[in-house]
Design a protein around this ligand. Structure first.
Ligand code: PGA
Length: 246
């Protein structure tokens, strides 16, 4: 099944999240893709609360980041173990904003992937090249390095989602062309096969909008979307979910 994920980043407090879900959930039809909401950590409880008792079986919830350990003297961090206890299913790992703004390396990302898998949660690992790397012809090498190191400690070869998000397409309105997406996804699929990962959903992310989602979802190896800006509005996100429900 395709996955359409909403990365709310640092937007939406509890009340805004409740209002969003109250209108969004009833619109989902039975054949919809699997929807995953990644709210800010402090909004998690409100999101899980609003999904309880609704026809929301297809909506799962994820944490946008976690610390590489479940507990300890790590002031200010978020625990994947706690998220699991709350009812979370996914953890987003290695988003480009984490890598560039918060200095995350492939090595710390590898520890997080391993921890999340050990808790039986699903890591959604984000990878992608910068514009400079693309222009220097390094896209393939960058994707390979991010996957090789990021997955080096993964114990399970079937509990993973990968999100390909070219850094230059995130929040810029510049969506990658169908050709670029098809090429990168084929490379990622081949790399995952080489690393012996099986049947992994590869999502595309980076300025996904209602008007480009329908054509991108048709591409081979595109298993859904990770949506930032357009996931904040019910109308645009619903349209993308619909486009991704093929
Ligand atoms: P965008 O963000 O859809 O606003 O480009 C995607 C993401 O950061 O995951």
């Amino acid at each position: 099944m395709k996955i359409v994920a909403a990365n709310w980043k640092l937007f939406k407090g509890p009340q805004q999240a409740r209002d969003f879900l109250q209108s969004f959930v009833p619109q989902l039809d039975d054949n919809a893709a699997e929807v995953v909401i990644f709210p800010p950590a402090l909004t998690m409880d409100a999101v899980l609360g609003s999904l309880k008792g609704t026809k929301s079986g297809r909506i799962l919830v994820g944490l946008q980041n976690c610390y590489a350990k479940s507990e300890g003297a790590f002031t200010g961090e978020n625990s994947a173990q706690t998220a699991k206890e709350m009812g979370v299913s996914y953890v987003l790992i290695g988003h480009s904003e984490r890598r560039t703004l918060f200095g995350e390396t492939d090595e710390t990302i590898a520890q997080k992937v391993a921890l999340v898998q050990s808790l039986d949660l699903t890591p959604m690992l984000c990878i992608g090249e910068t514009l400079k790397e693309r222009e220097a012809g390094q896209t393939h090498a960058v994707l390979e390095k991010q996957l090789r190191i990021g997955l080096a400690q993964a114990a399970k070869k079937d509990n993973l989602v990968v999100a390909y998000e070219p850094v230059w397409a995130i929040g810029t309105g510049k969506v990658a062309t169908a050709e670029q997406v098809a090429e990168a996804h084929a490379q990622i699929a081949a790399l995952l096969k080489k690393l012996e990962f099986e049947e992994i959903n590869i999502l595309y992310g980076g300025s996904v909008k209602p008007d480009n989602a329908a054509s991108l979802i048709q591409l081979e190896h595109v298993g859904g979307f990770l949506v930032g800006g357009a996931s904040l509005e019910i109308e645009s996100f619903s349209k993308i979910v619909k486009a991704g429900s093929v």
